[in-house]
Design a protein around this ligand. Structure first.
Ligand SMILES: [Zn+2]
Length: 157
């Protein structure tokens, strides 16, 4: 169930991050049984890492705290609708519920490029001026897939 005080902590986290020049106006929290596991904010600028979005940082921190790559049963709060990268990370983490404040359109209004990525995805990844995605010979790569297929010690995820 949504709790405003948790979203308030996400907002406070990213306000603090912006005051320190660490990144954009995006804060996020991973929550389990309405208890905060991790709160984080965007640190793209501070860490020179284009993947250091609030949601990614919160997921990474929560996985460290819980010592797992599987956040099943957790919920995510974020000050802004997740971008496609974070959306994917949230799904990879097995989180099934997200509460978000501002929308993709709001983020676009202040200069963020989510819409650009969504346009590429909606085009069926065919907009080569955004990203040229080319399939090449997979012969060598299949060696790794064969190894995984036959590995009896693997930890599936
Ligand atoms: Zn993101």
């Amino acid at each position: 169930m949504y709790e405003k005080k948790i979203m308030d902590q996400c907002v406070n986290s990213c306000l603090e991050g912006m005051q320190k020049g660490e990144g954009g106006p995006f804060g996020a929290a991973v929550v389990k049984d309405n208890k905060i596991i991790a709160v984080a904010h965007n640190t793209v600028v501070k860490s020179n890492d284009p993947t250091a979005h609030g949601e990614m940082n919160a997921i990474r921190e929560a996985c460290k705290v819980l010592n797992t790559f599987d956040l099943s049963g957790c919920e995510l709060y974020t000050t802004s609708e997740p971008c496609p990268m974070c959306m994917s990370a949230i799904i990879w983490a097995n989180i099934k519920k997200v509460y978000f404040g501002c929308t993709v359109e709001d983020a676009q209004d202040i200069g963020f490029r989510d819409e650009h990525i969504l346009k590429f995805l909606r085009s069926g990844c065919s907009e080569k001026n955004i990203l040229d995605l080319e399939a090449v010979d997979k012969c060598e790569c299949e060696k790794a897939f064969d190894y995984w297929r036959n590995d009896i010690k693997k930890i599936e995820y």
